[in-house]
Design a protein around this ligand. Structure first.
Ligand code: NAI
Length: 327
């Protein structure tokens, strides 16, 4: 049978890790014909919990799962890895400033980027989930100069899926009738979910909803959905975040459907006025294992303002981590 693909998951004993590992092992990350080997990376205090999850993975008897190894050392965990899911991150604690948060995460994503550079497989693909995801991805990328820059991506697929769900509910249409939705910018409250290019039943979505709903309900609901989940659940999004990570990697590896696109944060080539190198969310298609930014969309003044505001935040984060010597 085929050689297994090595998938490394960091923060494996966390909430998202628990929701994610079973989906990967069952074949949903890469497809039903691809066996997987799991490498779990945790901090030493959480290794035992990861071992418990590994016991449960064994007990699922997934035919595609060809092995599980648990590490507290990044170099070992990323050795030979084909897909790296960087989930573990340092959360913001009380009174922590943005700069402190970026610096603390630099201490995680810098060494992990180095470890990927040193030992990952030539085809390695990296998805950063841990927040602040876009800038953590930039830090990992900067620490991995021998890996092609476009292999470093950050997750805005959860925001994309949240926007799909809100629009589907609003219009009372099936998700299969919606296409070409886009999240632009940062995975943060400044993100811009764009309905001016999205289509429902082949017609522009923005023309099928009230402008008032689009600006004052849809955009803030999508952008603040994470906080609403915490408020309701008493814990942050986990299964939906894991689901989005699966969607992102599946599409990256297997391609996006013809006539549609999705959203992912990838290094900018300067498209749509986003400074080159910034890891920003764009409308993207995937073909032959590579993301491509959808070109030629007309951006009106309203969208321009929203995109620019979110990109300005990303530029500020980049400048902060540059000042800290993290990139
Ligand atoms: P969690 O706190 O339940 O789990 C995080 C795990 O990471 C913990 O087990 C911790 O021990 C581990 N960890 C910390 N530092 C590590 C390191 N250096 N190496 C390996 N593991 C390490 O958090 P949860 O809920 O699983 O969320 C994980 C991250 O995902 C958070 O940063 C969260 O903000 C982010 N997130 C991102 C979303 C997105 O759409 N991009 C959506 C939801 C969450």
């Amino acid at each position: 049978s085929a050689t297994p693909v090595t998938v490394t998951v960091t923060g494996a004993a966390g909430q998202i890790g628990y929701a994610l590992l079973f989906r990967i092992a069952s074949g949903q990350l890469l497809g039903p014909d691809t066996p997987v080997k799991l490498n779990l990376l945790e901090i030493p205090q959480a290794v035992k919990a990861a071992e418990g999850t590994a016991m449960e993975l064994d007990d699922c008897a997934f035919p595609l799962l060809r092995g599980i190894d648990i590490f507290d050392d990044a170099n070992a965990a990323f050795s030979g890895t084909n897909v790296a899911l960087l989930v573990g991150a340092r959360p913001r604690s009380k009174g922590m400033e943005r700069g402190d948060l970026l610096e603390a995460n630099g201490g995680i994503f810098g060494p992990q980027g180095k470890a990927i550079n040193a030992g990952a497989a030539d085809d390695v693909r990296v998805l950063v989930v841990g927040n602040p995801a876009n800038t953590n991805a930039l830090i990992a990328q900067a620490s991995a100069p021998d890996v092609p820059a476009d292999r470093f991506t950050a997750m805005t697929r959860l925001d994309h899926n949240r926007a799909l769900a809100q629009l589907s509910k609003k219009l009372g249409v099936g998700l299969d009738e919606i296409s070409k939705l886009t999240i632009w910018g940062n995975h943060s409250a400044t993100q811009y979910p764009d309905l001016f290019h999205a289509e429902v039943g082949g017609k522009i979505a923005a023309e099928q909803v009230e402008r008032e709903w689009l600006e004052n309900d849809f955009i803030p609901t999508v952008a603040k959905r994470g906080a609403a989940i915490i408020e309701a659940r008493g814990a942050s999004s986990a299964a939906s975040a894991a689901n989005a990570a699966v969607d992102h990697v599946y599409d990256w590896v297997n391609g996006t459907p013809a006539g549609d696109w999705t959203s992912a944060a990838i290094p900018s080539d300067g498209s749509y006025g986003v400074p080159e190198g910034i890891i920003s969310s764009f409308p993207v298609t995937s073909e032959n294992g590579e993301w491509k930014i959808v070109q030629g969309l007309e951006i009106d003044e309203f969208s321009r303002g929203r995109i620019d505001a979110s990109v300005a935040e990303l530029v500020e984060e980049r400048d902060t981590v540059a000042t800290l010597g993290l990139i």
